[in-house]
Write a protein that binds this ligand. Structure first.
Ligand SMILES: Cc1cc2nc3c(=O)[nH]c(=O)nc-3n(C[C@H](O)[C@H](O)[C@H](O)COP(=O)(O)OP(=O)(O)OC[C@H]3O[C@@H](n4cnc5c(N)ncnc54)[C@H](O)[C@@H]3O)c2cc1C
Length: 285
């Protein structure tokens, strides 16, 4: 096939706290001009050095042109001795400025001891990370609807939601349900061409995304498709609700677990994760 998962390096050019618990980190890199595409929801993995280390040249395995889905690359990655093996975590391209070759990534500073959250809080210009992807092999088509589209997620999903809003066609009205820690975590979201309404849900006031969507009542009338991401069990509960109670067609609900409570991204998938991965694959045909 000759695709291969692209492996590259990116270098920090700046950081900014866009909210008290979100660090927007900007990166540049020689490979970015050919890797960045004009599509929403570009996902990739960042490879972060272990504490006190930097990402040495040659540490990450080379890509292999025949290794379309990166399986061999991943095996070689796992063969790096654990004390020096970088942490690998999923992220979203928030934006790419082609004129200046600058990519922005928003890091949730969840403060739960994760290496990505820790790195994002301390990032400095000049820091280097590895990047695996993005690749259009993993691009998931947005569900299409002539009616409204529900976008539901937590802080980790907001960067992707923002890019989806920017890409929605003029005929689609967007309704966003966003769960954040507190009012200070609210941020400006792009306005979709067909209009955007945002409902913020605050955890410090006892709110949760699942309860808010379940109790949305007539607010969801006219919603014909949904895009859901965030904490895995919340995402599953929402998908069940939207397909089961709200009767959205399964193919109209795009869902993705971005993180798992009390588990790191290095922990193996649970039985439930595997069952849902199979169901997701079946839905997307
Ligand atoms: C396709 C995809 C795109 C993503 N895009 C983004 C993005 O743009 N920005 C972003 O910040 N994250 C994004 N995420 C989520 C991110 O990969 C996870 O949150 C990841 O676990 C963070 O790594 P960590 O090293 O900080 O924590 P880990 O070492 O993985 O976990 C440590 C602890 O922190 C908890 N934890 C992890 N993430 C969160 C969280 N968000 N809120 C509260 N507690 C948490 C875990 O439950 C665990 O107890 C994305 C994930 C995927 C799969």
């Amino acid at each position: 096939m000759g695709h291969a998962m692209p492996v590259s390096h990116v270098r920090v050019t700046g950081t900014e706290r866009i909210t008290p618990r979100t660090a927007r980190v900007t990166f540049t890199g020689d490979a970015l001009p050919r890797l960045m595409e004009d599509r929403p929801d570009q996902q990739m993995k960042l490879c972060l050095p272990r504490e006190g280390r930097s990402l040495e040249e040659g540490l990450l395995p080379e890509q292999d042109a025949e290794d379309a889905y990166g399986m061999r690359w991943y095996e070689a990655f796992l063969a790096i001795p654990e004390p020096v093996r970088p942490w690998m975590r999923g992220f979203t391209v928030r934006s790419y400025d082609r004129a200046h070759n600058v990519m922005a990534v928003d890091f949730v500073l969840h403060g739960d001891g994760g290496p990505a959250s820790r790195w994002g809080a301390a990032a400095r210009p000049g820091d280097v990370l590895g990047m695996v992807g993005p690749s259009s092999l993993y691009a998931r088509p947005l569900p299409t609807t002539s009616a409204g589209m529900l976008l539901a997620g937590d802080e980790a999903a907001l960067p992707a939601i923002a890019t989806v809003l920017e890409a929605l066609p003029a005929g689609t009205r967007a309704l966003v349900y966003a769960e954040v820690a507190d009012a200070a975590e609210e941020r400006e979201l792009p306005t979709a061409a067909g209009g955007t309404e945002v409902r913020w849900v605050h955890r410090d006031r006892g709110g949760s995304l699942v309860a808010a969507v379940r109790e949305a009542g007539a607010d969801l009338d006219g919603v014909g498709a949904a895009w859901v991401a965030g904490e895995a069990s919340a995402v599953r509960a929402l998908r069940r609700h939207l397909v089961g109670e709200r009767q959205l067609p399964r193919s109209a609900v795009e869902f993705s677990g971005y993180w798992r409570r009390a588990l790191t991204q290095d922990d193996a998938p649970t039985e439930e994760d595997l069952a849902w991965a199979a169901e997701r694959a079946a839905d997307s045909g």
